[in-house]
Design a protein. Structure first.
Length: 126
């Protein structure tokens, strides 16, 4: 079943707190996998699962984050993540802003799609 767990901030500390709530559940009520809103939350979840509770990641719980921060590949279990093309996103934002400055009354493209990349590491390999 799909479940959404909300946290007040996207930090390692809040990820660890969410992880501790998940590991406090009965084994049968724990998820098979967690997709964290960002890599910092995922790092906190990983700390709770692998270090605090000694739950094997990904054998018991698979884990993936979002952003592919530099540290994601250096965690105790290297973290799978979704990588956004940050440079292209930033350049496109600047291009749109410059176009708006040059042509303030013109109609401009407001929607741009970018293709994220799945970076598979040990936290999701079984």
């Amino acid at each position: 079943r799909l479940e959404v767990i909300e946290e007040p901030a996207l930090t390692v500390l809040h990820g660890r707190a969410a992880g501790q709530r998940l590991i406090a559940r009965d084994r049968g009520d724990r998820p098979d996998a967690v997709f964290a809103a960002n890599d910092l939350l995922a790092v906190g979840l990983l700390q709770a699962f692998a270090l605090i509770a000694d739950i094997p990641v990904p054998d018991d719980i698979a884990l993936i984050g979002y952003d592919d921060i530099d540290f994601a590949s250096a965690t105790v279990v290297p973290l799978s993540s979704i990588r956004q093309p940050a440079t292209r996103i930033g350049q496109s934002a600047v291009d749109l802003l410059m176009q708006e400055i040059r042509e303030p009354d013109g109609t401009h493209e407001r929607s741009i799609r970018f293709r994220p990349e799945l970076v598979v590491r040990d936290s999701t390999r079984r």
